[in-house]
Design a protein around this ligand. Structure first.
Ligand SMILES: NC(=O)C1=CN([C@@H]2O[C@H](COP(=O)(O)OP(=O)(O)OC[C@H]3O[C@@H](n4cnc5c(N)ncnc54)[C@H](OP(=O)(O)O)[C@@H]3O)[C@@H](O)[C@H]2O)C=CC1
Ligand SMILES: N[C@@H](CC=O)C(=O)O
Length: 390
């Protein structure tokens, strides 16, 4: 039986779902000759880790307890009575992660899975990669920092996977890598890459107001009454709704795809259309002010754009276009019956144009966000690394 030790960074919606998938796939993995062994878990301030990372693992009961604690919003450091584990805090936690990476990276091997939403993990990932660890990311930020950091991180391409950063579990990056590695140059990618903006634009198309759609999501999410449109609540960023509404989250996805195509660009080189003006940004308004005072000001303009498009048989979608040296994300009017125009809800679609896929592009479509599919993508990436483990 091959053992794959895992250290998980980030125990939010995606991280917890990943742990759940790992537990529920035990017998499936065992049939494949694999044992996934979670040796440690971090949140923003703490690390919980087994006493002997070479031999031990957090058992399924402990993983479930950790998920229960984290789902209440508590810190990992509030965990007690797990047995055979240690909890480290702040800088000590970060140092310990690197120690474990050093210990396992060159012996049993280790997957460091980044399911955080932080740019601060970059430094640890870089060190872990240097110590021989494998890296799996749902977090886009380490891949969308400076070009030299990106190049450094992916320099050992055999040991890094990041399928879930674009289109969650959809095989977008795998498809692009396959096309490129066959010598078939990709010259254009067009897509709708945001579940949140897809959902918001669909609701606007149905006549709702922008401020209501976002405010309702926020209210219901905060009150935890999200069941009736659950898929949206799994992906809506309650802590920072502006990250999606500014287009920055899509811009990061576009940057990851552009860099895969060989464009040597940074985030600042992407033309990004924001749904709100700069004076409603985080430097000028709190999230509360943004939701209650900012968004209603935008309702009229956005509503008119949607109505104008509808009068021509068109719809408005938030689209990413990568072509030659151009990489841009923003609102676009599209025929209602085009592949992008037909999209509903939080679905993603990506069209890839290359020599082989010229007249008829390679199209990947489906649920492109949500904890379940994102965590499934991370798990599939981990399993994909199995040949590097003993
Ligand atoms: N949800 C989705 O549909 C998709 C999400 N993703 C990406 O997956 C990632 C996770 O998303 P989601 O689970 O929704 O995010 P959450 O905000 O729910 O969770 C983030 C987790 O990361 C932890 N964290 C923050 N900073 C650090 C750090 N420096 N080191 C370790 N852990 C840290 C947080 O800790 P604490 O609990 O202490 O706050 C929290 O546990 C994000 O990068 C997101 O963009 C990608 C595709 C789709
Ligand atoms: N915020 C994203 C999910 C994470 O990548 C989306 O709405 O698609």
């Amino acid at each position: 039986m091959k053992s794959i030790p895992i250290l998980l960074m980030g125990c939010g919606g995606v991280g917890r779902q990943l742990l759940d998938h790992i537990v529920s796939c035990r017998s499936l993995h065992s049939n494949l000759g694999l044992a996934l062994r979670v040796v440690g878990i971090c949140d923003s301030s703490s690390l919980i880790v087994v006493n002997d990372a070479v031999k031990m693992e957090l058992n399924d009961d402990s993983l479930k307890k950790i998920c229960t604690i984290k789902s209440t919003g508590s810190s990992l450091s509030s965990m007690v009575e797990l047995g055979s584990c240690h909890i480290f805090r702040d800088s000590e936690a970060r140092r310990k992660v690197v120690d474990i990476a050093g210990l396992l990276g060159r012996s049993t091997g280790l997957v460091v899975a980044d399911c955080s939403a932080s740019s601060e993990t970059l430094d640890i990932l870089r060190q872990a990669a240097g110590l021989g660890c494998c890296i799996v990311l749902a977090n886009k930020k380490p891949l969308t920092s400076k070009l030299e950091d990106y190049e450094n991180l992916i320099s050992n391409i055999r040991r890094i996977r990041f399928e879930s950063t674009v289109g969650a579990g959809l095989p977008v990056i795998a498809a692009i890598n396959r096309v490129l590695s066959s010598g078939d140059p990709i010259y254009r990618i067009v897509g709708s890459l945001s579940g949140t903006l897809g959902y918001v634009m669909s609701e606007l198309e149905d006549g709702k107001l922008l401020s209501h759609v976002v405010q309702d999501a926020n209210d219901l999410g905060t009150q935890n009454q999200c069941l009736f449109i659950k898929e949206f609540f799994d992906l809506f960023n309650f802590k920072n709704p502006r990250d999606d509404l500014s287009g920055m989250d899509v811009a990061r996805k576009a940057l990851i795809l552009s860099r895969l195509l060989g464009q040597q660009i940074n985030l600042e080189d992407i033309k990004v259309d924001s749904l709100y003006p700069e004076e409603m940004g985080p430097k000028s308004m709190s999230i509360g002010e943004f939701l209650n005072r900012g968004l209603p000001i935008l309702d009229k303009d956005v509503g008119e754009k949607i109505k104008m498009a509808a009068s021509k048989g068109n719809v408005v979608k938030y689209v990413c276009i990568i072509e030659g040296l151009r990489c841009q994300v923003g609102l676009q009017e599209l025929p209602k019956d085009s592949p992008l125009g037909r999209l509903k809800g939080s679905e993603n679609v990506v069209e890839i144009y290359s020599r082989c896929y010229k007249e008829s592009p390679l199209v990947i479509q489906g649920a492109g966000a949500g904890n379940d599919t994102t965590a499934a993508g991370v798990l599939a990436d981990i399993v994909d690394l199995q040949d590097l483990f003993k």
